[in-house]
Design a protein around this ligand. Structure first.
Ligand code: CA
Ligand code: CA
Length: 226
């Protein structure tokens, strides 16, 4: 082999080695933890939802968790957990937070989210939380009140995309029926569903409420990276 060819060959080998080396290098390091603020803006009013609009519209305290991509704390089409039932029927957070604490102990959830509610609607409230790249999904719910078992929320919303934290995510809020109480109107007396039905987007008799397949929306969550 002529020296010039040998050099060229060596250079090609080196180039290939460098290419391979960079290809084999660990992926871009996971981004650092992120801090988010979620703002819950409720627009639900007698103007947006006139049918039987209640005299004391409000939303219960925000409750949820950050978690991995496999966990579903609630999901349309699946049965509500005991904690989700209590949240959707009374706004109580304790049982759901206990369930979340167990999920944290198991490793599928990372941190609990617990914040204020809205004493009236329309109005707004916000909550700040930290997220880690190993658990970049968020689930967050609030009871629509008064109501039998109706709630708003997100389930396993991804805060990362292509390995980077999202700067802003806006989610319009449909209304879900937890499937755990048979009441048909906002102020219905307790009527435990036996057996319970799956969680569904709320479709109501038009004489009872304006909701069909969970819409019109009653507000939005806006997640913003701080
Ligand atoms: Ca129901
Ligand atoms: Ca019930």
């Amino acid at each position: 082999m002529l020296p010039a060819m040998r050099i060229a060959s060596l250079a090609a080998s080196l180039g290939a080695a460098l290419f391979l080396c960079s290809a084999c290098a660990p992926a871009t390091p996971a981004p650092a933890d992120a801090r988010y603020r979620v703002t819950f803006t409720a627009t639900w009013s007698a103007e947006t939802h006139p049918r039987n609009f209640p005299s004391n519209p409000h939303f219960s305290g925000l409750v949820g968790a950050t978690h991995d991509g496999d966990l579903r704390i609630w999901q349309s089409g699946e049965a509500a957990s005991g904690g989700m039932e209590l949240m959707a029927e009374t706004g109580g957070k304790d049982r759901l937070l206990s369930e979340i604490d167990r999920l944290i102990a198991d490793g599928s959830a990372h941190s609990r989210l617990s914040g204020g509610g809205l004493s009236t609607s329309p109005s707004t409230v916000s909550l700040t939380f930290d997220a880690v790249s190993s658990h970049p999904f968020v689930t967050l719910v609030s009871m629509l009140a008064p109501s039998p078992d109706w709630f708003v929320g997100v389930s396993a919303l991804p805060l990362m995309e292509n390995g980077a934290w999202k700067a802003r995510v806006k989610v319009p809020l449909s209304v879900y029926d937890a499937g755990t109480d048979d009441g048909a109107v906002f102020t219905a007396a307790n009527a435990d569903s036996d057996p319970a039905e799956p969680i569904t987007a709320l479709t109501s008799d038009p004489d009872d409420t304006d909701f069909s397949a969970g819409k019109p929306a009653v507000g939005a969550f806006v997640f913003e990276r701080l």
